[in-house]
Design a protein around this ligand. Sequence first.
Ligand code: ACO
Length: 331
Amino acid sequence: MKRPVAYIAGTGKGIPAHVMTNHDFAAIGIETSHEWIVERSGIHERHIAKAETGCSLGSEAARQAMQRAGVDAGEIDVIVVSTATPDRLLPATAVDIQAEIGASRAAAFDISAACSGWLYALTVAEGMMAAGTGETFLVIAAEKMSAITDWTDRSTCVLFGDGAGAVVLKRSEGAHANRGILSAYMRSDGTLADLLYRPNGGSTTPFSAEVLADRSHYVKMSGREVFKHAVRSMADACDRALDGAKMSGSDIDLLIPHQANVRIIEATAKHASIPMEKVYVNVDRYGNTSSASIPIALEEVVESGRVRDGSRILMVAFGAGFTWASMVVRL
Ligand code: ACO
């Protein structure tokens, strides 16, 4: 496949109104401190969905991205939604968004690859475009991590937040022929699935009174192990995407890493020889929004003018599975 095939024509985000600061954990009986959370993760606050759903947040992000790309909902051929927290287990959140935005002629489906899911979704959409399946795609990540968080477990509940991000993907042609995805890399290692997972509540052990009682439908994480693998895999993924684009760290205008933990971000940037001035960090304001973290960050850097058409961006993610992925994009 000769790249670029697909470029980002517009970005958008949907963020819940309610802000929960580190100081708010005391009110729900969690023994922690602002200092501990900031020192270990870099997180100061996160947005928590109250009335909002994955569909409403994803639709808001999609409408913004379509408006900025100058595209109507009726022009969308395919909607791909990355989510680890679908509104319902059946059908996909993508079809709820399809109905909500009125994308009357779009195919719609979800992708589940945890925090790496949005880069997986972009790669799938690019491949579909290369195969001629459509011309205009919406690639969305919509996450309501607060719904799968155990709010009695201080080792995880301080880390996550809710939100959505979206892009419109169009064909790299005409005036946009040089813009788009220059390289993409994806990997997984399911032998390590139990280090970050929801043990029960799926079809093997359906939701029941027992599952509810032992809280095994919530996210369980071996934080230290996840940390080690995240650093190693994200560093390797940066190398692979840079190699694929025939670039080095110094060719990159901005690194957008998955926003889970500022220490993982710093280690990844160091490995890729990218100074922190060229790294976007917003984990302090949103916490870990799983696969939504990169498209939310992308919307912010585009809208603030920190990057412009032609900027070279390296994106890299790691998440449950484990899965990891990276991509170089010329905006
Ligand atoms: N407040 C205060 N103390 C706490 C808290 C808390 N919220 N949580 C845990 N502690 C305590 C522990 O009980 C432990 O106490 P002990 O030494 O008396 O037993 C101590 O703090 C140290 O705990 P660790 O878990 O070893 O702390 P660590 O330095 O590893 O930091 C953290 C924990 C922040 C979770 C870190 O391991 C991490 O960031 N891991 C990666 C997590 C991650 O990135 N996950 C997402 C990636 S994939 C995805 O996005 C889904």
